[in-house]
Design a protein around this ligand. Structure first.
Ligand code: HEC
Length: 727
């Protein structure tokens, strides 16, 4: 039987090859009655491993024991029908096995589990395959990404996971390659360069498999890139279609009529800076509409004064775009942030669901973007159904449901002379961290961050985009911004907090919030036993009651967690898998992994298991961090110059204002502060280039490396004084 997409519908053939296992699953109201968790026997299939095909992907719900794709099914709800682990027994969840990861940057991938094999990607786009039951490592693949690529990876050298298809495992590598490796051996089957390697493009997202094609976008909208999404034949790597998200220079052959029209919403020579609009995270395929959806990021520069003097919507930045799966032809778009100036990417996870709205079941597309407004659209037409605040924000008062446009707060547009304090900050109310939706509770589980920041535009005449650095055209620190923060009732500077939130997308209201002890967002998963699983930045992995937010179980993981977990069964036993490791270590935690300074690991849990993580500190151990800067010897001018240069060249990786929030060192704690010579050997001579800290000799002007040094010493001394003033 064929459905209207031309695929076979859930076929008996799939069910027949399944080996039924023991633990039961819940009957879920909005889905087909769930079947028992199952595994496939690998040997009976034409592919030795990763034996995923269209029929199987479309029927992923009929295999609750498999986690076939990063979002589990095409809906990307990250909802598991498994109930083996439930509220009654979750307290007995323990560590079954773990695998030390040999990189010490951010780990963002969701484990994909097919036919008894568990696949992850790690920082630097490496892939590892394990026996999903025993944890035995099966193979590892390292695409050997040039570490200098890290310089144009805005937000760490991360990777969010693999796609599995007909015996192959697909990944997008940081350097812009799309790579297919054999699922059984990890040997490269084919690889292609999807980007111009002379341009500062990167890839960190999960490739998606759609109708025998692999779909992939890219990142780089802070660094003079132009966004696009491409589809390649999954068997051969031959390109099938490409959709550019912003127009190029007039007359460019890639400008479709749609892009010629979009160009009218821009001013000036915007194409000189690439335009931005990169689709760097979410890509969703919906078999019901046969559309592929993706969200686009910010324009370049952030400052509209520079990017498009005179304003305009700047299509299609900060938009959700739907294209026809077979051709990549435009179907509809919805621009969430016309003329965005605040780095409000709408690349955040998209998911489809069937929601009962005003008595009728609607097939919808949902998103909780950086802006803080939760959107529900008709998945087929893109018509806005509802939009409301899921987090505090000040940039707009509401979304006008008739026009779909935000009612902007005029105070948040900034120029060279006018500063603004904007909530949320570019970090976003919700960023890439996976959210989850349960058709049982009807709630979406969103990792939310509250933040604000100051913006002011650079003078347009001073804007000269440079290679391989942030070209946002903004300053984050200025007298005007400081004055705004000093006003009565102003938002607190750097006042960041985060929580896991349960949100009702039909009523558009917050149902519960589970606050984080230490700030930092972390991906989520929900199961049919009404458990929400998520890690945190205090070194814990926890299970929450999906209806109340009560914490029911928690285990130490010795690392910060940003990735989302997944769950699967092998021989009837349910496992929960999570990749941990990001920025530094949780407060008080020592290094216990000989291979990675941030204790990056794959952890797999099951009921009644009692494995332990190593407790003993290994060489290079850091127990928290100690602020021990030398006294400030630089002049006031140097500190001010250093602040500007740091903001432009270093903050993208090391954090705003010398406060790091990623897996890249917080320079205030750098041992190199103790000697300007070792500082210069790192910053100018590239002493750590093999670790991703390349030389800035060609970028920095004479004396700037030293000015930044003095600025960081001054920041470190300020932080130390604050620390000592604490009771
Ligand atoms: C593309 C990302 C990136 C940018 C931009 C960047 N760095 Fe780094 N930096 C790193 C990474 C990664 C490390 C850690 C290297 C290692 O593991 O040894 C690092 C380490 C350092 C260290 C050593 C810290 C320590 O704890 O020992 C110093 C000093 C440093 N960077 C200075 C700078 C300065 C100054 C700038 C701006 C001119 C800058 N970095 C820009 C990625 C970056």
């Amino acid at each position: 039987m064929k459905n209207k997409t031309g695929y076979k519908t859930i076929a008996a053939g799939v069910a027949l090859s399944l080996v039924l296992a023991t633990s039961g699953t819940a009957q879920t109201p909005a889905q087909t009655p769930a079947q028992a968790p199952t595994i496939r026997t690998v040997t009976s299939h034409p592919y030795a491993a990763a034996a995923v095909d269209s029929a199987r992907l479309l029927a992923a719900d009929a295999e609750p024991g498999t986690w076939m794709a990063a979002g589990r099914t095409y809906s990307e709800q990250r909802y598991s029908p498994l109930t083996g682990i439930n509220k009654g027994n979750v307290s007995k969840l323990g560590l079954a096995w773990s695998g030390d990861i040999d990189t010490e940057r951010g780990q963002e991938s969701t484990p994909v589990v097919v036919d008894g094999v568990l696949y992850i990607t790690t920082a630097w786009s490496m892939v590892k395959a394990y026996d999903a039951a025993s944890g035995k490592p099966l193979w590892a693949y390292d695409p050997k990404v040039d570490r200098a690529t890290g310089q144009v990876a805005c937000c760490d050298v991360v990777n969010r996971g693999v796609a599995a298809w007909k015996g192959k495992i697909y990944l997008g590598a940081l350097d812009g390659r799309l790579i297919a490796v054999d699922g059984k051996t990890g040997k490269v089957a084919w690889q292609i360069q999807t980007t111009d390697p002379t341009q500062p493009y990167t890839i960190t997202q999960v490739p998606r498999i759609v109708k025998g094609m692999v779909i992939i976008g890219n990142a780089g909208a802070e660094y003079t890139c132009r966004g696009y999404v491409s589809a390649y034949d999954a068997a051969t790597g031959k390109m099938k279609w490409r959709f550019y998200t912003v127009p190029a220079a007039p007359g460019d052959p890639t400008n479709t009529p749609m892009l010629e029209a979009a160009a009218k919403t821009w001013h000036g020579d915007f194409w000189k800076y690439g335009g931005g609009g990169t689709a760097w995270d979410t890509i969703l395929y919906d078999p019901k509409t046969d559309l592929v959806y993706f969200g686009t990021g910010n324009g370049l520069s952030w400052s509209q004064d520079i990017r498009s003097p005179g304003g305009g919507d700047n299509l299609f930045v900060a938009s959700v775009i739907a294209v026809h799966a077979d051709t990549g032809k435009y179907a509809w778009h919805f621009q969430e942030v016309p003329g965005d100036e605040w780095d409000y990417d709408v690349t955040n996870p998209l998911m489809t669901a069937d929601l009962k709205i005003h008595g009728a079941v609607r097939h919808v597309l949902m998103q909780a973007p950086k802006t803080g407004f939760f959107y529900v659209w008709d998945a087929k037409t893109g018509k806005l159904i509802s939009a409301d605040k899921f987090a505090p924000l000040n940039w707009a008062s509401k979304i006008d449901l008739k026009t779909g446009r935000p009612v902007e707060n005029p105070a948040v547009r900034y120029t060279e002379t006018k500063a603004a304090i904007v909530q949320p900050a570019p970090l976003g109310a919700h960023n890439w961290h996976p959210m989850a939706y349960s058709p049982r509770t009807g709630l979406v589980y969103i990792p939310v961050t509250e933040s604000s920041t100051g913006f002011q535009s650079m003078a347009a005449k001073d804007f000269a985009p440079k290679d391989r650095v942030y070209n946002t055209g903004t300053v984050a620190f200025s007298d005007k911004i400081t004055a705004l923060y000093g006003q009565p009732g102003a938002l607190g500077r750097g006042n960041i907090r985060s929580y896991l939130e349960a949100y009702d997308p039909v009523a558009q209201k917050v149902v519960w919030r589970a606050p984080d002890q230490d700030y930092g967002a972390h991906g989520a998963m929900v199961t049919a036993s009404d458990l929400v699983f998520s890690g945190d930045w205090s070194g814990r992995f926890s299970a929450f009651d999906a209806r109340t937010g009560a914490k029911l179980w928690s285990a130490p993981v010795q690392a910060d967690v940003v990735a989302a977990p997944s769950t699967y069964t092998i021989k009837g036993v349910q496992y929960v898998a999570l990749l941990v490791g990001a920025r530094g270590l949780p407060p008080g935690q020592v290094r216990t992994n000989p291979l990675s300074a941030n204790n990056s690991r794959l952890l797999v849990f099951k009921l009644g298991a009692t494995a332990q993580l190593p407790q003993a500190a290994v060489a290079g151990a850091v127990a928290g961090k100690v602020l021990d800067p030398p006294l400030l010897t630089g002049t006031n001018e140097q500190v001010i110059d250093g602040e500007g240069a740091y903001g432009r060249y270093c903050a993208g990786c090391h954090g705003q204002g010398g406060t790091a929030d990623k897996s890249i060192p917080d320079l205030r704690y750098a041992p190199a502060l103790n000697s300007l010579r070792s500082w210069n050997s790192i910053v100018l001579d590239g002493a750590r280039a093999d670790k991703g800290m390349v030389s800035f000799k060609k970028v920095l002007a004479e004396g700037q490396a030293e000015a930044i040094y003095h600025y960081i010493v001054s920041q470190a001394n300020k932080a130390k004084a604050t620390e000592q003033a604490k009771p």
